[in-house]
Ligand binder design. Structure first.
Ligand SMILES: *[C@@H]1O[C@H](CO)[C@@H](O)[C@H](O)[C@H]1NC(C)=O
Length: 417
């Protein structure tokens, strides 16, 4: 039985399409939300000023370039202009929201905001790294800030089509059309730029990091931030490879290999080259990995999905880490150890940055409560916003890796009803 998760607060929560390929299942949406553990946070946020609401912009001429959403509609972004000292600085944030890996769930996705302009919210709140308030976003608040909508289902990296089912897989073209339009709106004169993204968008920010860097002159400071984008090629609770199987479908269906680094494809199969653990060593542009060690999406959808645990013996634990028994916690510790091992060499390279906190969270840069707030998550007394800012501006070396669960008392863990 799949868990029903209810949206309890009108915060900028993250939604993820869970990709289910069972014959009796439809692809469905699960919303990740704060639970009552954070009622104090939520009520405090409600008393704070309303977030900036930013209207959507259709990408002009994108359709003529073949850059379209799954259903053929135009892609779009939300843009808030920079000002003052940030007038020539650009933050490009790639929206996330799972993937589609089969004809069936890509066809379903056409009827959602993740596959069609028709269903996208026409305004979005800009919070966390996108906030325009210095007290919420000390380093990037006055930059030009852009959120590019995700409507291709393959982390902005596919390029193919399926005519029989009227599906367009144009993630790569959407990415290029968006960047081209932003360049013409002033980004070409940027003196600094940061490509970020969360979840499937965090994976996209790794995949497109060097391409982004190559679009600017050498004099421009360009870096990339991947938030909750470090999806591990891990073994699930039944010994299977749930995520690898799903990624394999995404890569094959959408022909993602066309846009993966040749240096990786020379060594590994295309599906492996869609996993960050095999990509990060090929990224030349400075990259920061922000990730919860026990990423809540991966726990739910990659490690202990229904298909790997048909009896539901992990349901309580995956909904609420406090209900896990010692062997389940050990399983998560092994997962964290694999993550730490995969980033070991990466962390030795000087321009990289890391913030791996021992939380059950997912996407900590877009939400105000996890990015920068009185009680936001910390490693060594450092909040996420300060870590990312110090790294971007070369104020400090940031290689922050938390001690293992349960030592961190600053987490905003996601708990599901
Ligand atoms: C923990 O829970 C799992 C799933 O219900 C069970 O298989 C395992 O035996 C339990 N381990 C301990 C140490 O209780």
């Amino acid at each position: 039985m799949r868990m029903k998760v209810f949206v309890i607060a009108a915060l900028a929560f993250v939604s993820l399409v869970s990709v289910i390929d069972g014959s009796e299942h439809q692809a469905q949406l699960s919303e990740f939300v704060n639970d009552a553990l954070f009622s104090s946070v939520s009520s405090k946020q409600l008393s704070q000023p309303q977030p900036l609401m930013v209207p959507i912009t259709v990408i002009n001429g994108a359709a003529a370039k073949g850059a379209v959403c799954l259903d053929g509609t135009s892609p779009a972004y939300h843009f808030h202009p920079g000002s003052g000292s940030g007038a020539n600085s650009w933050l490009i944030h790639l929206e996330g929201g799972g993937w589609c890996n089969t004809i069936r769930n890509c066809v379903f996705r056409k009827t959602t905001r993740r596959g069609s302009f028709k269903f996208m919210e026409k305004t979005l709140p800009f919070t966390g790294i996108l906030s325009n308030k210095p007290e919420e976003n000390p380093d990037f608040f006055n930059w030009n800030r852009v959120k590019i909508r995700y409507c291709d289902g393959a982390s902005f990296a596919g390029d193919s089509q399926n005519e029989a089912n009227q599906l367009q897989f144009r993630g790569q073209k959407i990415w290029l059309a968006a960047i081209e339009e932003l360049m013409s709106k002033g980004m070409q004169k940027a003196n600094q730029a940061l490509l970020s993204g969360c979840s499937a968008g965090g994976l996209a920010s790794i995949i497109h990091c060097d391409e982004f860097g190559s679009m600017f002159p050498k004099s421009t400071k360009v870096k990339c931030l991947s938030d909750a984008g470090f999806f591990l090629d891990a073994v699930d609770v039944s010994g299977g490879h749930t995520l690898r199987n799903m990624f394999g479908g995404v890569v094959t269906l959408q022909e993602v290999q066309k846009n993966l680094p040749k240096s990786c494809l020379n060594q590994l199969d295309p599906t492996s080259c869609f996993f960050p653990q095999n990509l990060i060593q090929h990224v030349q542009t400075p990259l920061f990995l922000l990730n919860a060690a026990y990423d809540a999406w991966q726990v739910q959808e990659s490690l202990a999905p229904h298909s790997a645990d048909p009896s539901g013996s992990w349901n309580d634990c995956k909904a609420n880490h406090a209900r896990c028994n010692s062997s389940q916690i050990q399983f998560f510790q092994d997962f964290r150890n694999q993550l730490l091992n995969d980033v070991k060499d990466f962390s030795k390279s000087s321009p990289t940055g890391l913030f791996i906190n021992s939380c059950f969270a997912h996407c900590q840069s877009e939400r105000q409560d996890t990015w920068f707030a009185d009680d936001s998550p910390l490693i060594n007394d450092m909040p996420v916003a300060i870590a990312v800012g110090d790294w971007f501006f070369d104020r400090k070396t940031i290689k922050a890796i938390d001690c293992a669960y349960p030592c961190d008392t600053t987490c905003h863990n996601l708990v599901f009803k």
